[in-house]
Design a protein around this ligand. Structure first.
Ligand SMILES: Cc1ncc(COP(=O)(O)O)c(C=O)c1O
Length: 394
């Protein structure tokens, strides 16, 4: 196609700038140790925190739901894409999050964009966002009609200045949005301070707990439960694609929030609903979360073990407080080389470069799961040390 010729040049530019992406390919099920690009490796890359991808009860639930309900609904939720199972999942997610209601939306990404877009509808509104928030929150801000104010990462003094700015005070509505756990750094938002500041300044609080749901707090209920802030955070976003290991997102909050969102949220209105098998895996996943607390314990034991091994070896693991542990490199090409060398050693840890993280903050991002055994983590730590030394990172 002649009219698309320019894309060849664009791809060359991406390659020259080390921004070209070619996805790696799984050759078997996503697991703690699995076959990636034809090689068996210790997988330190997925968000499969509780290792539910291959859990027999979750797989069984998907098969049974397909047999009972068929493969899909062939409709958006508001037409005829809502089954009794969708309703049950929303009830149970609300209970999980300690809220009056929850609305399941296509993905975590669209849950964030839909919420920002649906609540921030006027130039007289102000959306206040941490500078390291996820891309879906940034895009949510682009779709919102509100003015945007960005505060330096977790800088509560800066946030206070913004909230007390006379222009911001005059806003019709104010909403603060923060990741609960920052996806590239693994640090936890300072929710107690955020809640205090927002309560004083009448600002709605929205927390994206994509990397916290199923991971942090009692029974993995997320950052709000972790900090004992039930009833003080207006909106909790969750994903069903990380600890739940399937696909989807949800918005949890008041009954009115659910009712409003189901009437106006564009992805909910204009994109089809999840197949019954997906909803069944989420319901079964919740059962596993409640009935097998040892998974959460093992996740944190593994995270602690691996982080300590990396630190002992001299790596900079940033501000991580969770199973997401960055290994700082500070240069895109070196990070890519590090990742490639680790792969040769049978360890998969992906390099993350600009624009996903700021220039100079390039890194490998690692996530351990409940499925890793200590021997896997020892193998990974040994490979990190060997390759890190060879590259002069430690
Ligand atoms: C913080 C955060 N929010 C939202 C998302 C999007 O979630 P999903 O993959 O369910 O669309 C991600 C996933 O990368 C994330 O890390």
């Amino acid at each position: 196609m002649k009219r698309l010729e320019f894309l060849k040049q664009e791809v060359e530019t991406l390659k020259a700038e080390s921004r070209f992406i070619q996805p790696h390919v799984l050759h078997n099920a996503q697991d703690a140790v699995c076959n990636i690009d034809g090689k068996e490796v210790v997988n330190l890359t997925s968000n499969n925190y509780l290792c539910l991808t291959t859990h027999p009860k979750v797989k069984e639930a998907a098969i049974k739901a397909t047999q009972d309900w068929g493969i899909g609904t062939a409709a958006v939720r508001t037409i005829i894409g809502t089954t009794t199972m969708h309703e049950e999942l929303e009830k149970r997610l609300a209970e999980f999050k300690g809220t009056e209601g929850a609305l399941v939306i296509q993905s975590g990404f669209t849950s964030n964009t839909a919420t920002c877009q649906s609540l921030m509808t006027s130039p007289d509104d102000v959306l206040i966002s941490d500078e390291l928030n996820h891309a879906s929150i940034i895009d949510g801000g682009r779709l919102a009609k509100a003015k945007k104010k960005i505060y330096r990462h977790s800088d509560m003094e800066h946030l206070k200045q913004i909230l007390e700015d006379p222009e911001v005070r005059k806003a019709r509505r104010k909403m603060l949005v923060t990741d609960g756990v920052f996806s590239m750094d693994g640090d936890i938002a300072n929710l107690p301070a955020i809640v205090e500041l927002c309560e004083k300044n009448d600002c709605i609080i929205m927390v994206d707990d994509a990397h916290a749901s199923g991971v942090i707090g009692p029974q993995g209920r997320g950052t709000v439960a972790h900090f004992n802030l039930k009833g003080r955070v207006d909106i909790q976003i969750g994903t069903l694609s990380k600890a739940f290991a399937t696909i989807g997102g949800y918005v949890a909050g008041t009954k009115a929030l659910k009712e409003y969102m189901q009437s106006v949220a564009r992805p909910f209105l204009f994109s089809s609903s999840h197949p019954p098998s997906i909803i069944a895996t989420c319901l079964a996943g919740l059962d596993v979360i409640y009935n097998e607390p040892q998974r959460l314990q093992k996740l944190w034991d593994n995270a602690k073990f691996f982080k300590e091994e990396l630190k002992k070896a001299g790596f900079d693991t940033g501000a991580s407080q969770t199973p997401v542990t960055p290994v700082m490199v500070g240069d895109t090409l070196k990070a890519k080389k590090f990742s490639a060398m680790l792969f040769e050693e049978g360890v998969f840890a992906l390099a993350i470069g600009f624009p996903t993280v700021p220039l100079g903050k390039e890194r490998l991002r690692t996530i351990v799961t409940a499925g890793h055994e200590i021997k896997d983590l020892e193998k990974a730590a040994a490979a990190f040390k060997k390759c890190g030394r060879a590259l002069g990172i430690i």
